[in-house]
Design a protein around this ligand. Structure first.
Ligand SMILES: C[S@@+](CC[C@H](N)C(=O)[O-])C[C@H]1O[C@@H](n2cnc3c(N)ncnc32)[C@H](O)[C@@H]1O
Length: 308
């Protein structure tokens, strides 16, 4: 049996064993993609990850209660980030004008069919997710194709953009310079892009696009990790306990071969083509190899940390 390649759009996706249910250490519902050979969330758990990497760094306390936030989410998947944000926004007295891009309707359908997933959320949140799953704000298809259409409606309007694609080596099409360049056009000047990725290629692109970049701090009980992701904005990010400036060793890493961007000028290259193009560019580059220096008492994460 062969599964559709990672990131392949299928006209009529049918539920199948290529998406395997699993639970993280926090007990929350997640999926494993056989085609991508990667989990939808880290082993710590979907719920924990949603809060640590998206909800807390979103700093909803910045907004006056009653405000409706405009949010665009790339790679909606099981809807865990959506649900966590809806939940936190409700608690903070905020509304959400939510828009999502996703290739495959099955992850959200599988989550909504799972009793454990449903038990994670209030009836109101489940009701909103059900409404989104077949509503006009969830745009199905390759995000590269749908993003230009979304920009027609949302350019310069988003308070938050959440990017939760499979890791850059699995799904480079959603981390290319071209895709990121379009994605950040969704942001209001004070809007914030959040992602779990700490990859040098992604951070360097965001800096080159004119954004300020901060690291998302890993949780205190995981001291071996140096970063839990990246927050970026066109205006300086206010100090926040979940965020820190990039450290000198991280900036150095951006200048290495690991910082060479994924490129997809046509917007339709396959993952293999994008990876091969970058490999060749890295080979030709005079930049030093992308090895993160080890810091005393902490482990390095290889050349592009933040992968699932
Ligand atoms: C890591 S999972 C997303 C996890 C999700 N945020 C959650 O909380 O469950 C990556 C998602 O990206 C979707 N995807 C893969 N390639 C895509 C593409 N080209 N355009 C849009 N979505 C894509 C997959 O279907 C999958 O649901």
């Amino acid at each position: 049996m062969t599964w559709p390649a990672c990131g392949t759009e299928t006209a009529e996706p049918e539920p199948g064993p290529e998406l395997l249910p699993r639970r993280g250490r926090d007990g929350s519902f997640s999926l494993y993609s056989v085609a991508c050979d990667e989990g939808f969330h880290s082993a710590a758990g979907a719920l924990r990850e949603a809060n640590e990497k998206f909800v807390v760094p979103a700093a909803l306390e910045r907004f006056v209660p009653g405000r409706e936030l405009v949010v665009a989410e790339v790679a909606v998947g099981t809807g865990t980030n959506t649900a966590a944000l809806l939940d936190a926004a409700t608690t903070a007295g905020l509304g959400l004008d939510w828009w999502g891009l996703e290739l495959d309707h099955r992850p959200l359908a599988l989550a909504l069919a799972d009793a454990g997933f449903r038990a994670q959320w209030s009836a109101a949140v489940i009701g909103r997710l059900e409404g989104l799953s077949d509503g006009p704000r969830l745009w199905l298809g390759d995000a590269r194709r749908r993003l230009p259409e979304l920009l027609e409606t949302l350019a310069g309007r988003c308070d938050l953009v959440l990017l939760d694609a499979f890791s850059p080596t699995r799904c480079p099409e959603l981390w290319s310079r071209e895709f990121l360049g379009q994605l950040v056009r969704l942001l209001r000047p004070e809007g914030r892009l959040l992602t779990y990725s700490s990859a040098a290629a992604v951070r360097r692109c965001l800096l080159e696009l004119g954004l300020e970049v901060r690291a998302i701090r890993p949780p205190a009980d995981e001291p071996e990790r140096w970063s839990a992701g990246t927050a970026a904005s066109f205006t300086p990010l206010a100090p926040h306990p979940a965020l820190r400036p990039l450290e000198p060793f991280e900036r150095e890493h951006l200048a290495s071969r690991a910082g060479i961007a994924y490129r997809d000028p046509s917007g339709s290259a396959t993952a293999a083509e994008i990876l091969e193009r970058r490999r060749r560019e890295q080979e030709r580059s005079a930049a030093p190899p992308g090895r993160l220096p080890r810091r005393p008492g902490r482990g390095g994460l290889g050349h592009s940390g933040g992968h699932r």
